[in-house]
Design a protein. Structure first.
Length: 307
């Protein structure tokens, strides 16, 4: 009699003399879910896509070929949920609206900066008129004093030189200060400092295949090794840096309320993300999302290499 998938996994585990605790340590799947799989009690698991993901991890841990197991027992397994496609579309639409708001903010500052420049220009013009008016009044003083104070002996050179010196002192600001007017002009360009930062590129170098594909990306222009995981629904996550190295979170089911998750993998050039619900999962690097090539498939992996 042909064994069902749960009995087959349990038999393989016993042949390798592994306990459920050892399988749990290897797969990071809770023991109660492993027991449910062996008893074919799939309704105990958190969702249909988690059932498939957990069975693949279990099969791999006990030395079986996950894809062969899934193919031979496909009639025993639940199908994917159709509503995941709708959830993915909503996440993409929300992300596009957020990016539109971010890019439009810089241009709203331009009218305010232009108004400040106009006010400064008017104030400067008034200031220049006041200086020129005061200069003409001072120039008339020596002439009036010369007519009323005939008894005072003043050298002719002094009378001629003083107005010229005063005029020179007063005229110099009018020649020097207009040269300062073009200086405020570059100020409207200040909000556009962001393009000076290194350009980030995200390139898909290898697209995975199968029921649990692993997609490889090459990312350049990122100096700070940080990432953000945003969820629109519950998802099983396992995140390592590098692949097979330290786990950045406790593998398991993460709810939408617990997101976004901020990850710091400083000193590493590789980030490995496994998800049981790709439509609900968004991996963001420095403000740019890394897309899942198969938007309708739940179980997917991302291998991100940073250069």
């Amino acid at each position: 009699m042909e064994m069902d998938i749960g009995s087959r996994l349990k038999s393989a585990r016993e042949q390798k003399s592994m306990s459920l605790e050892e399988v749990q340590q290897t797969t990071k799947i809770q023991k109660r879910y492993l027991t449910a799989i062996e008893n074919n009690e799939f309704q105990v698991l958190p969702g249909k896509f988690y059932t498939r993901a957990f069975i693949r991890e279990y099969a791999s841990a006990v030395g079986l070929d996950p894809e062969q197991i899934m193919e031979e027992h496909k009639n025993e397994l639940p199908s994917y949920e159709d509503e995941e496609i709708v959830q993915y579309s909503r996440v993409q639409k929300s992300r596009q609206q957020t990016q539109t708001k971010k890019t439009g903010g810089g241009f709203r500052l331009f009218p305010g900066i232009l108004t400040v420049l106009v006010v400064l220009a008017i104030g400067f013009a008034i200031y220049m008129l006041a200086i020129q008016g005061g200069g003409s009044a001072d120039n008339s003083d020596p002439a009036s004093q010369e007519g009323t104070n005939n008894d005072i002996s003043v050298p002719e050179e002094t009378e001629e030189d003083q107005p010229e010196e005063e005029n020179n002192e007063e005229e110099q600001p009018s020649e020097e200060q207009p040269s300062e007017e073009p200086e405020p002009a570059p100020e409207p360009e200040q909000p556009e400092e962001e393009p000076e930062q290194p350009e980030i590129t995200i390139e898909l170098t290898q697209q995975g295949t199968g029921s649990f594909p692993e997609h490889t990306y090459t990312i350049t222009g990122v100096d700070q090794r940080t990432a953000s995981i945003e969820l629109s629904g519950d998802a099983y996550l396992d995140i390592q840096a590098p692949k097979g190295g330290e786990s950045l979170i406790q593998p398991g089911i993460i709810t939408a309320e617990q997101s976004p998750l901020t990850l710091d993998f400083s000193g590493q050039n590789q980030l490995y993300v496994k998800t049981g619900s790709a439509p609900n999962t968004s991996v963001v690097i420095n403000g740019k999302a890394v897309p899942f090539p198969n938007p309708e498939q739940s179980t997917q992996k991302l291998l991100l290499n940073f250069e």
